[in-house]
Design a binder for this molecule. Structure first.
Ligand code: NAD
Length: 473
């Protein structure tokens, strides 16, 4: 059993002022596998003070110095891929193949920040003015449990590339993974205070970061409810905010689609990350006149999707991260049944043969309307809802009739028609006949899915304040 006691403040592993210990679980067995000691408001204040002290020197570093530091971070993360894969499977329950991808992503995200920094224009002549993009100050980075190391490294690398210093508050449920990241970043040898990390509860450490006057910028990935709260909490100190929040993304199947050919994409989009993905395509919009045919194909395909031990090669869906998340998903399955939707696959309870672990059956509802709660609320588990539409205009109306707007997938044979539809969708990202994305392009959501964008030059700009300089010569 691993006990994680220390926070990382001012270049050192330090004992927290906070006294509370939090249990870490293996979601595949429900066993307690470790404990993390949580920081408190005083610890957060100490980390913020360290980041503030480090800001003047770090924001004055050259592009080359920052690229060198980021390069060391990238190398230190890359050599820990195997350890991180094991921790992701153990503590989060991601299927092995997914876990390997998740463990490789942090180094890739840092490499991307390096590329962005290399090409970034910090100054521009605009008429008689010189416009200088200046780092905003201390950045508070608050991340969720569903891609712990990836979110920490992506946000941190972008913040540091821009010249900001940072305090990270990861999810307390991911402490084993976080510990590997912190040890790597310590090895990278950044100047003390440039990067600090405080494990702790959202309502304690997160709140302190959100209200503290010396934090200039918040970058948050998590639920829309907490995101909305941070928007108002940050207003008192005029924080700059980037919010990456929830989704209820549509997968629009056009009437010319070849169902057997597209079904793997439909299910991968929906069951991505065991359904615990903000971008998951959880509303599947299907032409009404081909609904029965789609239902048959989907039912057949889901029967081959295996939920179970994340270490088994054939597993596509691992457990939910926590008992709370499992209960939440079960509750939504009951709600769907009560609302009158019909179960095509899955349902309540664990998959056959499993008596422990927070496993959910891959679940597919049909006979559903877009007004049902299972079509409107983010479930964050492997539960998908098929909704019939009449024509392309109806499909767009249904796709856009949601408070979210993070991602969308269109599947059809006529690319021009797909692109015409894509332009009408209220979504930060639209994929056509693919799940591949472009990491240098902006990522973020419309409406309640977020505020601002991450990745590439858009992500960097969010940590910078334009300063206009006009001089009489
Ligand atoms: P969450 O909002 O409960 O928690 C996210 C983080 O915020 C955690 O570190 C948590 O401790 C912290 N937090 C909680 N309350 C806080 C408060 N009052 N003040 C400050 N910080 C606080 O979300 P979660 O359950 O960890 O993650 C799942 C959610 O994240 C889903 O809604 C999902 O859609 C969303 N998500 C979004 C994206 C995206 O890029 N858009 C990516 C992944 C997950």
């Amino acid at each position: 059993m691993q006990r994680i006691e220390h926070l990382y403040i001012n270049g050192e592993f330090v004992t927290p002022h906070g006294q509370e210990w939090f249990d870490l679980h293996n979601p595949s067995t429900e066993d307690v596998i470790g404990q993390v000691r949580l920081g408190d408001a005083q610890d957060a204040q100490r980390a913020i003070a360290a980041a503030k002290d480090a800001f003047a020197a770090w924001s004055g570093t050259t592009r080359e110095e920052r690229i060198a530091a980021l390069g060391r971070m990238r190398t230190a993360m890359a050599v820990r891929e195997d350890a991180l894969t094991d921790a992701i499977v153990l503590e989060y329950g991601a299927p092995l193949e997914r876990a390997r991808w998740m463990a490789a992503y942090p180094a890739q995200a840092i490499a991307l920040a390096i590329d962005t920094l290399e090409a970034f224009e910090f100054e521009e002549q605009v008429g008689s003015a010189r416009v200088i993009l200046t780092p905003v100050g201390v950045a508070g980075l608050i991340t969720p449990w569903n891609s712990n190391a990836g979110f920490i490294c992506s946000k941190l690398a972008t913040a540091l590339a821009s010249g900001c210093t940072a305090v990270v508050k990861p999810s307390e449920m991911s402490a084993l993974q976080t510990q590997i990241v912190v040890e790597a970043l310590h090895e990278a040898g950044l100047p003390p205070g440039v990067f600090n990390l405080v494990n702790g509860a959202g309502a304690v450490v997160g709140e302190e970061i959100a209200r503290h006057p010396h934090v200039a910028k918040l970058s948050f990935t998590g639920s829309s409810a907490v995101g909305q709260h941070l928007l108002s909490a940050g207003a008192a100190t005029m924080k700059r905010l980037t919010l990456e929040l929830g989704g209820k993304s549509p997968t629009v199947v056009l009437d010319d689609a070849d169902f057997p050919a597209i079904m793997p994409l439909v299910l991968q989009a929906g069951f991505l990350n065991s359904g615990q993905a903000c971008i998951a395509g959880t509303r599947i919009l299907v032409p009404r006149h081909r609904l029965a045919e789609f239902e048959r194909a989907a039912q057949e395909a889901v029967s081959h999707i295996k939920a179970g031990d994340p270490r088994d090669a054939g597993t596509a869906i691992g457990p939910m991260v926590s008992a709370r998340q499992w209960a939440r998903v079960q509750n939504y399955i009951r709600i769907g049944i009560e609302e009158g939707a019909r179960l095509l696959a899955g349902g309540e309870g664990r998959p056959e043969g499993l008596s422990a672990g927070w496993f959910v059956k891959p679940t597919l509802f049909t006979n559903a309307s877009n007004q049902m709660r299972i079509a409107r609320e983010e479930i964050f588990g492997p539960v998908l809802t098929i909704i019939a539409y009449d024509d392309d205009a109806d499909a767009i109306d249904i796709a856009n009739d949601t408070r979210y707007g993070l991602s969308a997938l269109i599947l059809g044979q006529d690319l021009e028609r797909c692109e015409r539809m894509a332009r009408k969708l209220d979504s930060g990202r639209v994929l056509i006949n693919t799940l591949a994305h472009e990491p240098r392009a902006p990522f973020g959501g419309f409406k309640h899915s977020g505020l601002g964008r991450e990745m590439g030059k858009w992500g960097m700009t969010a940590y910078l304040e334009p300063k206009t300089l006009v001089a009489q010569r």
